[in-house]
Design a protein around this ligand. Structure first.
Ligand code: IMP
Ligand code: MG
Length: 330
């Protein structure tokens, strides 16, 4: 029986540092699960000072937890085994990792189609959209047909469960900045596709950053943003380069209008704002609200403004904001 499910997901355009938070929380749960996406995601986590990168494997693996990759995910088998190999070499118990029989498999043809036809959307070229299209056309190949039994999940979730999202609200296929989106459901409700009742959900933990970034193309992030020296210094200090593609991300000031919307839309109960230290080091404090750029004299002033704007927002379930560095409070 499931006791409760907590969900961690991104409120912006990805790359909010969800991996770091999920990793810090993982040891409190029996299961850590992924419900969407595939090798387009990149989670960077530090364990005992060592840097590890995963793309499809849930970060619960670093805490020795049972890890389930759900039916809404897409798998590149070669890349999956590369990740398994890396984790084994680093001494992690990869027998804890299971894949839903209904997860779909990415083929060479999917990757080639993505590279040849979807470049203008700034995809990660991992074959994500073609794989999900074949799933919808009901002609895709599933894990049950393509992978050894030892990797296939045939159990049931039980006890306490952490679900970790990949990509984020504004990359969601239904609610994101279409067509500059990914092809899966990134909102927390979609975690139920793992096979549990929505009534089991306890905390809905959204992660944002103290500034916004976008990997790939989006008209909200014109490339002229790269001409701004302060935003450029955020890229360098914040290490804003894609963990899957290595591409330089576009950076803009935190858009509070979008953040308010994504909190409301997704039912966020706790908000974690990462990378506050980057803004503090840069010493320039701005955000976008009401389509205007607001300028604050200190980070403290900006924080107070954000808290007022978000916590007093009517209709929102948000009751807690954690500024990064305070992960033990979660
Ligand atoms: P796709 O998921 O490879 O089709 O890429 C579609 C869009 O989502 C592109 O703008 C990508 O840059 C973006 N995207 C996909 N996965 C991630 C991610 O994990 N973090 C940030 N952006 C992503
Ligand atoms: Mg990432």
């Amino acid at each position: 029986m499931i006791e409760y499910v907590d969900i961690i997901y991104g409120l912006a355009w990805g790359d909010e540092g969800k991996g770091k938070i999920a990793n810090a929380m993982a040891n409190k749960y029996d299961f850590v699960c992924r419900w969407n996406g595939g090798p387009n995601a990149g989670h960077t986590v530090y364990v005992n000072g060592q840097k590890h990168k995963t793309h499809i494997i849930p970060s619960g693996i670093f805490a020795g937890k049972k890890c389930v990759i759900g039916p809404g995910c897409v798998i590149n088998i070669d890349k999956f085994f590369e990740e398994i190999q890396g984790l084994r070499t680093a001494g992690f118990d990869t027998s804890l990792i299971k894949i839903s029989p209904n997860a779909h498999i990415i083929t060479e043809a999917h990757i080639n189609y993505d590279k040849q036809h979807l470049g203008h959307l700034g995809t990660t070229s991992q074959g994500i959209a073609p794989c999900y299209s074949d799933k919808m056309l009901r002609r895709g190949r599933r894990a049950i047909e393509m992978m050894d039994r030892e990797w296939i999940w045939d159990g049931e979730l039980s006890g306490t469960v952490l679900c970790e999202g990949a990509q984020s609200v504004w990359l969601d296929i239904d609610h994101g900045d279409y067509p500059y989106v990914t092809s899966s459901s990134t909102l927390p409700y979609a975690a139920c596709s793992l096979g549990f009742s929505p009534k089991k959900i306890r905390n809905i933990i959204g992660v944002a950053k103290a500034y916004d970034t976008k990997s790939g193309v989006d008209p909200l992030f014109p490339t002229t943003l790269w001409n701004d020296p302060v935003l450029n210094s955020i890229i360098e200090l914040g290490g804003e380069y894609g963990s899957t593609t290595g591409r330089k991300r576009l950076v803009n000031w935190l858009n509070l209008d979008k953040l308010k919307k994504s909190i409301l839309l997704s039912g966020c109960t706790k908000l974690i704002i990462n990378k506050c230290d980057v803004l503090e080091k840069i010493g320039v404090f701005k955000l976008i609200h009401g389509n205007e750029i607001l300028h604050f004299v200190s980070f403290k002033e900006m924080k107070e403004y954000v808290m007022r704007a978000l916590l007093l927002s009517s209709g929102s379930d948000l009751h807690d904001i954690v500024w990064s560095g305070d992960v033990e409070k979660i």
